[in-house]
Write a protein that binds this ligand. Structure first.
Ligand SMILES: Nc1ncnc2c1ncn2[C@@H]1O[C@H](COP(=O)(O)OP(=O)(O)O)[C@@H](O)[C@H]1O
Ligand SMILES: O=P(O)(O)OC[C@H]1O[C@](O)(COP(=O)(O)O)[C@@H](O)[C@@H]1O
Length: 314
């Protein structure tokens, strides 16, 4: 069972325009709305593949009612933490040439009691059920920066392994608690390691910096260049070939983490599955999560060796 914790979930609204003109009134070509937030997306991907999961998430306001309805419609097991503030909507403006502009709201300000309620709900969901806990996404205002460290300590005390997918100060602050896995993208990895990442070798070195600071393993997603896994067994690199066009990269990182955990959370098979689910996700609109039927358009492979001088395209 994989429990996901999303303190800052979202309604992901995607609007497609032929070309974005700042300051103009434009007609949308298409619009869609998905349940969102990084941990929510991980649970959505797991449900799509029939894997046991439970999403622990904050919910409040009318957007929260719509979010819960979307999740119940797709059969995602939930543990809701009712908060006073309204859940945010994150807007993606997509253009046919693949340009994506994403506007993420900060989310509702949580009170101290609501912060405690999130951690308590996560603890209750973990007890006796969870093999893995995935703490994912940005922190809403009022959430202490060390919340993922506190979640890691509680989960470890209950015998569960921990995966964290976040950025900035929240990622920095969780490392000392020793999460078993962190899943930064290239930008988040560079920021956390304080290093420029131009080549595959740079990414491997930066991932090792995060391991030196406490992360057990680092699954770093590298956009179109695939992903690397750095753990006690060394460094491995996987890429994916798409047999379909790229439609939306929103949610790709969450599908990547979901695939990795669904395949056991360690080793080459998990890395290959991670890259397969992530690449399949980009062929889907909005923040849709891939189903087993979507995986056929992707061919992923773990590279026999890593060329440290390979320049990343992202
Ligand atoms: N343009 C792309 N072409 C093929 N696969 C992609 C592309 N963008 C992302 N992916 C896949 O999705 C995974 C996650 O993408 P990435 O952009 O690194 O994550 P995030 O959404 O966290 O920023 C990548 O490891 C890769 O497998
Ligand atoms: O593209 P990714 O990194 O997989 O995550 C996509 C999800 O993250 C979000 O952009 C939210 O990210 P944050 O929690 O970091 O603000 C959601 O809108 C979306 O559902």
């Amino acid at each position: 069972m994989i429990v996901t914790v999303t303190a800052n979930p979202s309604l992901d609204r995607t609007v497609e325009v032929d070309r974005l003109h700042r300051g103009a009134v434009q007609r949308a070509l298409t619009t869609s709305v998905d349940a969102g937030g990084k941990g929510v997306n991980v649970s959505r991907a797991l449900v799509a593949h029939g894997r046991p999961t439970r999403a622990v998430l904050c919910s409040g306001g009318f957007a929260g009612l719509e979010l819960l309805a979307l999740l119940r419609e797709t059969g995602v097991p939930l543990r809701e933490v009712r908060v006073t503030g309204g859940i945010r909507s994150n807007l993606t403006l997509a253009e046919p040439d693949g340009t994506v502009t994403k506007l993420n709201e900060p989310g509702p300000r949580l009170s101290t009691s609501e912060v405690d309620a999130v951690l308590d709900a996560a603890t209750e969901a973990i007890i006796g059920e969870a093999d893995w806990v995935a703490g994912c996404g940005s922190l809403p205002p009022g959430m202490p920066v060390d919340v993922y460290a506190r979640l890691t300590e509680r989960a470890h005390a209950l015998g569960a392994q921990v995966a964290i997918d976040t950025s900035g100060a929240a990622l920095d602050a969780c490392l000392a608690a020793g999460p078993d896995l962190v899943k930064p993208n290239a930008e988040e990895l560079a920021e956390c390691a304080g290093a420029e990442i131009r080549t595959l070798g740079d990414a491997v070195k930066a991932a090792q910096v995060l391991r030196d600071r406490g992360a057990g393993a680092v699954l770093a997603s590298l956009g179109a260049d695939g992903a690397i896994l750095i753990d006690d067994s060394g460094a491995r690199y996987a890429t994916a070939r798409l047999d379909a066009p790229v439609v939306s990269t929103v949610g790709a990182g969450d599908a990547t983490l979901a695939g990795f955990l669904a395949a056991g959370g360690t080793g080459e098979h998990a890395l290959r599955t991670a890259v397969t689910w992530g690449a399949a996700a980009v062929t889907l609109p909005g923040s849709s999560m891939p189903t087993p039927n979507d995986l056929g358009r992707v061919t992923a492979e773990v590279q026999r060796s890593i060329d440290p001088d390979r320049v990343l395209t992202k």
